[in-house]
Ligand binder design. Structure first.
Ligand code: GTP
Ligand code: MG
Length: 442
């Protein structure tokens, strides 16, 4: 569902990551692109506005841009704000003090209530809790039978009566039955309704008054796009909604509803439906969806690794050296070790969207070989030489080559590249070291 959005965001952030130094202007530019990408994904404009403003504020307001890992930190901020928009943490069902706890499912026609009732009972059973389903859709002729059939397939009991009975009475008797059978949950499948149908909307309020549900969950079809947000408002006006279940997240809609509805309705998303089958149903974890949207299961790992490898103090020292252009080969060596801690270069590159394609072209072996070679050369230098690469004349070069098992050309090449890097630093380029170093390795 989020493929296109993921692809666009990936491009925006890898472009940002490729810049040596990120300025406020770069952040603004990236946020403009993010705004467009979100609007194209049909995300509510208020959500988009709030989101981009928040990310911008956090990115330029603190010392993020001064840091060596600015791009990673910005991606991290984007991820965190996305999680916020999606509700922060996991929202669990709130059970009653004494069972049975009552869940009432409401929503538009065809949104997935009946399927979800069965899915929910199955999911609760997996954690050792029993449910009784109540067929409270007396409107659609085949509705009761649909729930009974699902119950039979999954071996979950269903309470039903003749559809001529008032719905609120059926529900009340269902609750009695749940008590008698010591069910942990009573799950009420109501009739699908158009929000403009006053009579049916009134019926929901009657059921609410009769059985006092612990949870009234609005089942929302994520394919309905922005309309879903309005629907939530209409139902909220009639009954005390406690949360949302988003269905059909496996579809190919643009994903805007899923991204907007929590923020606009202020109702937590408790579960998501990801397929027609009864087990294609999951508790909703904002962090997981955010990571999925950012295409960064891997990106997050990368950020964590970067954070671990570069402790802040060290990064700041390095930053000062770079600014004063006193960065020498000794620093380079210790930096190299940090990069090594993060894994092989190929491995690292493959985790960064956009870089993965490049990484696959250079074999991991070749990169590792190159890295080892550079490390060996620097290790064969004396500390004095590392601090003053200019001292390294012809005879020293011969000694270093012999000591590291390399050729004189290799030493020349490394020193040349290092000099270029220093020149760039003198020009005031506060870059992200790992990236600059990657360039050194071609
Ligand atoms: N792909 C997919 N299909 C789903 C999902 N949830 C429900 N469906 C399908 O959506 C259709 C409608 O589902 P129902 O559960 O009958 O919807 P309902 O809200 O009970 O419908 P009414 O009772 O008529 O209002 C069915 O074909 C389901 O298989 C989902 O998460 N993914
Ligand atoms: Mg139904």
């Amino acid at each position: 569902m989020f493929d296109s959005l993921t692809e666009k965001l990936g491009k925006i952030f890898s472009r940002l990551g490729n810049k040596g130094r990120i300025t406020e202007k770069d952040v603004d530019e990236a946020m403009r692109e993010v705004r467009l990408a979100l609007l194209e994904a049909d995300v509510n404009f208020k959500v988009v506005k709030e989101f981009t403003a928040k990310v911008r504020e956090r990115a330029v307001g603190s010392s993020v841009l001064e840091s060596l890992t600015a791009a990673q930190q910005i991606v991290k901020i984007v991820n965190e704000e996305l999680v916020n928009i999606l509700g922060g943490g996991q929202a669990k069902l709130v059970p009653a003090g004494h069972p049975p706890s009552v869940i009432m499912l409401v929503g538009l026609q065809g949104s997935g209530k009946t399927t979800t009732a069965a899915k929910l009972a199955l999911s609760l059973r997996k954690s050792g809790q029993t449910s009784l389903l109540v067929a409270a859709d007396t409107r659609r002729p085949a509705a009761i039978q649909q729930l009974i059939t699902l119950g039979k397939q999954l071996d979950i009991p269903v309470y039903s009566e003749d559809p001529s009975q008032p719905v609120k009475d059926i529900c009340a008797r269902g609750l009695v039955k749940a008590r008698q059978t010591a069910a942990s949950w009573l799950i009420v499948d109501t009739a699908g309704r158009l929000h403009i149908d006053e009579e049916l909307m009134g019926e929901l309020a009657q059921i609410e008054n009769e059985i006092h549900p612990n949870e009234i969950l609005l089942v929302v079809d994520s394919m309905t796009g922005q309309d879903a947000v309005r629907v939530a408002e209409e139902f909220k006006a009639k009954v005390k909604l406690s949360g949302l279940i988003l269905t059909k997240l496996d579809g190919d809609a643009r994903g805007g509803a899923a991204l907007s509805i929590r923020w606009v309705s202020q109702l937590p998303i408790k579960y998501i439906g990801v397929g027609e089958k009864a087990d294609q149903f999951e508790p909703f974890y904002p962090e997981r969806l955010a990571s999925r949207i950012l295409g960064m299961g891997d990106m997050l790992t990368f950020i964590e690794k970067a954070e671990k490898a570069f402790d802040q103090k060290k990064a700041e020292d390095l930053q000062k050296k770079i600014e004063k252009a006193t960065f020498d080969l000794e620093d380079f060596l210790s930096n190299l070790k940090d990069v090594r801690k993060m894994g092989s270069i190929a491995q690292l590159a493959s985790m960064i969207p956009g870089l993965s394609k490049v990484a696959s072209k250079i074999s991991e072996d070749d990169q590792e070989k190159q890295l080892k070679k550079v490390e060996a050369i620097v290790l064969s230098m004396t500390p004095l030489e590392r601090h003053n690469p200019n001292l390294i004349d012809g005879s020293r070069r011969r000694r270093i080559a012999a000591g590291s098992g390399t050729q004189i050309q290799d030493i020349n090449q490394l020193l040349n590249q290092f000099r270029q890097m220093q020149k760039l630093m003198k020009m005031g380029m506060k870059g992200r070291m790992p990236q600059n170093m990657m360039r050194m390795f071609g």
